[in-house]
Each structure stands twice: as structure tokens, then as C-alpha cells.
Write a protein that binds this ligand. Structure first.
Ligand code: 6R9
Length: 651
């Protein structure tokens, strides 16, 4: 197989199409385009019938009276119903899956635990009683600041069991970011750990928590999980060891019947302004949507072992490490640490060790794997894999093809899933047994999702392959309900630009087959001499050059062209920056896309400023590219500040 020819061709034309194998289709839950089409059409024609039918699979304490009530921009799903997400994710499975693995855990140091549905049900019930014992009531907020350990899922589920609202804060966030989120949610309880493992060192979670708590007032109790075994100060009366509280907690706690629209969680995400938004999701609609998407997008089978590398601190971890999988009675694998610890083969080692059948990861990770080299995955047995997924950012065809060939060995379909914290679940993707795949294209809308591409006046763009704003034209069950404590921001941010439609903030194009290609955040779309150009398209071109490991392209104000293109580039080992290489890369982009995409400047850098979830912070690069001396806006999600300092110093 000639991969490099694949790559170049895909970037130049993006016309290659890959089909799911007959083997995959034979056992797929959905394998016929007509089936998808019929279900999709039904979901738009009769959303109440469609969603009512699927939600009917769940246990309800009281049936709903109406499937959907839509008062723009406020939706209520399964109005009047009472249910409990954990009843459906745990209790419901005890009869048939009691001793099936619910969570398989691999710690960074190599320790391992398996929790069956029976175990998880018991632990969640106990921790729910612990929370009650600490005075947590229905509707109270609980902040969870934990490593990727089973207790994170247990704490989330325990909240959901009693109707407390969890706010998970990624363990990589700093004390001040944690404090800001605790204050915004006014959390009554904080669940944390003595620390977590990351590249062999301890992340001092309890120390960060203590620092955060110095500037918060709402937290009455702190529960501390012992993970790393380090001495940490415990404040009498406020701080409690998890294992001590659990030792005396009853393992019986009935799931609380909750209104369909009872808040389930708040999750903070960066917006265009400095202050993170508390995206709020509710119970029943979220439950129905994440369960159905997990089932069909990942083609879940009883025998699957599913591994998503996202942290529970992000929405992907909420919906597709924990909730969507457990609702389907599946086995979900949690890994605590870094993908390159103790070496660059760790992810492949885990897949081999547990016989993982579905892998869901992010393009940024895939590009890191590429950079580390094929020798790592080649060392392990990956034959258990049958399906691959990608999420979080546009995947460049080169990474897609590497994933497909080197990891999937050309056997495994790839689902490139577009969605957002705000959407709760996957919105645009191919279904693995149904749709041909086009590298770089996310694909088709999921059931119940009606996207459109519009120009800034809100008019539908009908031409194929013409860029515009991606909007969603009707409510779907797992859409955010509000921004916590700021309904005005909710209305302004998502519903004011195209009244009656949800504005995603992303740019996209639709091809003649109805496949969506996500171009990136609208603020990442360049307008060069009146031509619309996705930063990602230029980046794809750059990374298809053998010297380039990663590229981030931003616009820079230009008096003549409107915007000029600055490309930040990291090189693969063995290459050094030079004027000649810079010229070569520019020519390479021109060859891949056209002269309009020629970067005005290539800036070589050793590292990109990234969020802790691995997204390149282009907002910062734009400011650096524009030569601004002060970096403005929220930098609390930045993984390594020194990267920005070095980039500025290199001006
Ligand atoms: C799930 C998640 C949302 C933003 C979104 C878009 C980008 C996510 C993508 C993708 C292209 C995909 N994004 N998935 N872009 N293709 N498959 O990542 O949520 O952290 O809120 O980010 O990520 O720009 O608007 P979140």
C-alpha cells in the first residue's frame, strides 16, 4: 500500500472514498443506506414519534405527557416524565449483565481494576449515600476534580442518582480555574484526590484544591480519594477521606425519580469572551440522545471493549466514556495517564492487553502518534480493533489515512464525529456500516439533527462545496438548555445570530452527496482577497509535507488582502528550520490548494500553545501573528505558558 501517494492525493483533491468492508457490514447494527435514510426522514417528519419510541426503551417512574415543547430558544423534552439516568445506566442492567465489566480501569503506573455492573451499582449507591450524609440535596452542585479514575465516574453517577448537579473540572486545570468554576456554580461539595499520575509525576490535586478553596466560600465539604498515597493536609470538619466515608455508607440508595428536565450537569467551556461558560444539560433528553448515538455511531455490541482516550473533564468523557456507554450496558475502558508513558506505545499496549475493539481519540493525538512513528503500534497486536473514531477538531486527510492504514489496517471504518459541549452528543458523522467515508469529511447528520449552511444573512447556501456558517434548525434532545446563571448569554451566544436556529460557531461546507466538511471555528476561517479559506485546509496541506509534524494557521490583518496567512509549524525530528524549507512549504501549499492559500509567513516553533485537551489555541497565535505585545483573553486552559512566551520572544 502506497501511503504517501494516498496522503498527497487526498490533500490535493480530498476525493478518495473508503467503504466499510462486507465483513463489518454483515454484523453492523445498521448497514443499509435506505435504513438510515428512512430513520432519518422519520426523525425529521415525526420527531415526537421517533424519540418517543427510543425513549420508551428506558425505565420511567412516570411517563412523559409530551415529547417536545419548543419555545424558542428553550426546549423541554419528555415533558412531565420522571426518570433517573443511573437507574437506566445501572439498575436496569443488573438482571442481564450483573457480572459484565462496566468499567475497565488502567492506571498510569500499570495498576488495573475492573468494576462489573454489580460493583458499579454498589459503589454509586454508597457514594450517593455519602453525598446525602454530607447534606447534599437535589439540585445542589458538586464539583468533581479528579484524575481519570473510576471514582470520577462513580461521583458523577452518584450525583445523578440523587439529583445533585455535577460540575466536572478537568484535573489539569489550575487552582484559579477551579476556583472560578466552583464560584460560578456555587458548589456545596468538592470531590478530589490526593493527586493523580501524569508522566510518572504526581499532579497535586489536593494542593490545588486547597488553594482554590481559599478564594471560594460555597464549599462545605471536601471528599478526598486516596490515589497516589501522598501525605496531604486534611482540614478537620471540612475534609474527609473517600474510603473512610465509603466504609460506613449503606449500599442501598434507590434512584431518585427526577423530572425529565432536571439539571444533570454543568460543564464549563471556553467561549469567545474571557469567562468560561457553564453549559447546562438536563436529564432525559441527554440520556436518550447519548444512548442512541453511542449505540449507532459506535455500532455497539455486547462483546465490545470500548476505549475513549478523552478525560472525563471534557464533554467527550461525559457522553462517551461514561453515560452513553453505560446506558447501553457496554464495557468502557478508562486510562489515567499520558499516551507516552512509560513509552510511546502505551495506547497500543492497552489495546493489546484488554482486546479493545473500538478506539475513540482526537486528531491531535493521532498526529502525535504519527510523529512518534509506526514502530510503536507495530509492536502490538491490534487485531481486536474493529472501529475507530475521531473527535475534537477537523482531521486532516493525512492523519485520517495514517489512522486508517496503520492502526485500522484498512479493516476498520473511521467515524469522524462532529459535535460540541453544547450539543451534548454526536451531531454529524458517518454511520460505520452504512456510509462510505471521505477523509476529512465528518459526514451526515445523525437522527433528528437538521443542519444547514448559511451565509451571514441567514440564507441557505445551496452550492456544493461553498463555505458558510453551520447552524442547526431545530432542537434535539441533548442540546444545552442554558448557560448556568446567564440565560441572556445563552440567548445571545447561540440564538441571536440566526433567530430560531442554533448557531454552532463553526464554518462548514456540504458536498453534492450531502456530506459535511467542518472547516473549523468561524473565527478560524480566513478571508483572503475575498476568498473563504479554512485554516484547516492550509494546515492539512502543510502536514502532508514530510518535514511537518504539526501546523496551525491563523489570519493576520492585511491592508490589501483583508487577511494574510501566518503558519506556525513544528518540524519532525531530523528537520531544521531554514529559509529554503520555508519557501518549500509555501510552494507545497500552493501546489496543494492554490496560490490564494500561499502563507505569507512560516514561523517555525518547537511547540504549539495548546489547551490541556490538546486543541491548539489559535486565538493566541492570531495575537502573536498580529504582533500584539499583550496576550488578551482567557489563558486558563493553556497547557504550557512558556510556549507563548517563547513565540513572542521570537518575534
Ligand atoms: C466534542 C468536542 C467543539 C468544537 C466544534 C468544532 C470542533 C469537534 C470535530 C470538530 C471538526 C470534528 N470539533 N469535533 N471539528 N470535526 N469531528 O470536541 O466538544 O470541546 O466543545 O469542541 O470542536 O470546532 O465547534 P468541544
Amino acid at each position: 500500500m502506497d501511503q504517501s501517494a494516498d496522503r498527497i492525493e487526498a490533500v490535493l483533491k480530498e476525493e478518495r472514498v473508503f467503504y466499510p468492508s462486507e465483513d463489518f457490514k454483515r454484523s453492523a447494527l445498521l448497514a443499509k443506506p435506505e435504513e438510515y435514510q428512512a430513520l432519518y426522514e422519520e426523525s425529521l417528519r415525526d420527531p415526537e414519534g421517533f424519540w418517543g419510541r427510543f425513549a420508551g426503551e428506558f425505565h420511567w417512574f412516570e411517563p412523559w405527557k409530551k415529547v417536545l415543547e419548543w419555545n424558542v430558544p428553550y426546549a423541554k423534552w419528555f415533558v412531565g416524565g420522571k426518570t433517573n439516568l443511573t437507574y437506566n445506566a445501572l439498575d436496569r442492567h443488573l438482571a442481564s449483565r450483573r457480572n459484565k465489566a462496566a468499567i475497565v480501569f488502567e492506571g498510569e503506573p500499570g495498576d488495573s481494576r475492573v468494576l462489573t455492573y454489580h460493583d458499579l451499582h454498589r459503589e454509586v449507591s454508597k457514594f450517593a449515600n455519602v453525598l446525602k450524609g454530607l447534606g447534599v440535596n437535589k439540585g445542589d452542585r458538586v464539583t468533581i476534580y479528579l484524575p481519570m479514575i473510576p471514582e470520577a465516574a462513580i461521583a458523577m453517577l452518584a450525583c445523578a442518582r440523587i439529583g445533585a448537579i455535577h460540575s466536572v473540572v478537568f484535573g489539569g486545570f489550575s487552582a484559579s480555574a477551579l476556583a472560578e468554576r466552583i464560584n460560578d456554580a456555587q458548589s456545596a461539595v468538592l470531590v478530589t484526590a490526593d493527586g493523580g499520575w501524569r508522566r510518572g509525576s504526581v499532579v497535586p490535586l489536593k494542593a490545588n484544591a486547597d488553594e482554590a478553596l481559599a478564594s471560594t466560600e460555597s464549599v462545605r465539604h471536601v471528599v478526598v480519594v486516596r490515589r497516589v498515597g501522598q501525605e496531604v493536609p486534611m482540614l478537620p470538619g471540612r475534609d474527609h477521606w473517600y474510603h473512610e466515608l465509603m466504609a460506613s455508607a449503606s449500599d442501598r440508595c434507590e434512584a431518585e425519580p427526577l423530572d425529565s428536565e432536571h439539571p444533570l450537569f454543568i460543564l464549563y467551556t471556553s467561549g469567545s469572551t474571557g469567562k468560561p461558560k457553564g453549559v447546562m444539560h438536563t436529564t432525559a433528553g441527554y440520556m436518550a440522545y447519548v444512548a442512541l448515538t453511542a449505540r449507532y455511531v459506535f455500532d455497539l455490541k455486547e462483546t465490545d471493549t470500548y476505549f475513549c482516550t478523552a478525560d472525563v473533564g471534557w464533554v467527550t468523557g461525559h457522553s462517551y466514556v461514561v453515560y452513553g456507554l453505560l446506558l447501553n450496558g457496554a464495557t468502557t475502558l478508562m486510562y489515567e495517564g499520558a499516551p507516552n508513558w512509560p513509552d510511546e506505545g502505551r495506547i497500543w499496549n492497552i489495546i493489546d492487553k484488554y482486546g479493545v475493539s473500538i478506539l475513540y481519540t482526537a486528531p491531535t493525538a493521532i498526529r502525535a502518534f504519527m510523529k512518534w512513528g509506526e514502530q510503536w503500534p507495530l509492536k502490538y497486536r491490534l487485531s481486536s480493533l474493529r472501529l475507530l473514531g475521531s473527535v475534537g477538531e477537523p482531521i486532516n486527510p493525512e492523519a485520517w489515512l495514517w489512522y486508517y492504514h496503520v492502526i485500522g489496517k484498512g479493516r476498520c471504518p473511521i467515524v469522524d464525529t462532529w459535535w460540541q459541549t453544547e450539543t451534548g452528543g454526536i451531531m454529524i458523522t458517518t454511520l460505520p456500516g452504512v456510509h462510505p467515508m471521505k477523509p476529512g469529511h465528518a459526514g451526515k447528520p445523525f437522527f433528528g439533527v437538521e443542519p444547514d449552511i448559511v451565509d451571514t444573512s441567514g440564507k441557505t447556501i445551496t452550492g456544493a462545496d461553498e463555505g458558510g456558517h453551520l447552524i442547526i434548525k431545530r432542537p434535539w434532545p441533548s442540546m444545552l438548555r442554558t448557560v448556568w446563571g446567564d440565560p441572556e448569554r445563552y440567548e445571545r451566544q447561540y440564538w441571536s445570530q440566526y433567530p430560531g436556529n442554533y448557531f454552532t460557531g463553526d464554518g462548514a461546507r456540504r458536498d453534492s452527496d450531502g456530506y459535511y466538511l467542518i472547516m473549523g471555528r468561524v473565527d478560524d476561517v480566513l478571508n483572503v482577497s475575498g476568498h473563504r479559506l479554512g485554516t484547516m485546509e492550509v494546515e492539512s496541506a502543510l502536514v502532508s509535507h514530510p518535514a511537518v509534524a504539526e501546523a496551525a494557521v491563523v489570519g493576520r490583518p492585511d491592508p490589501i488582502k483583508g487577511e494574510g496567512i501566518v503558519a506556525f509549524v513544528t518540524l519532525k525530528a531530523g528537520y531544521t528550520p531554514s529559509d529554503a524549507l520555508s519557501a518549500e512549504l509555501k510552494a507545497h501549499v500552493v501546489k496543494a490548494i492554490g496560490a490564494i492559500a500561499r502563507p505569507d509567513e512560516i514561523r517555525f516553533t518547537e511547540a504549539m500553545p495548546k489547551t490541556r485537551s490538546g486543541k491548539i489555541m489559535r486565538r493566541l497565535l492570531r495575537q502573536i501573528a498580529a504582533g500584539e505585545s499583550e496576550i488578551k483573553g482567557d489563558t486558563s486552559t493553556l497547557e504550557d505558558r512558556s510556549v507563548v512566551e517563547r513565540l513572542k520572544a521570537a518575534q
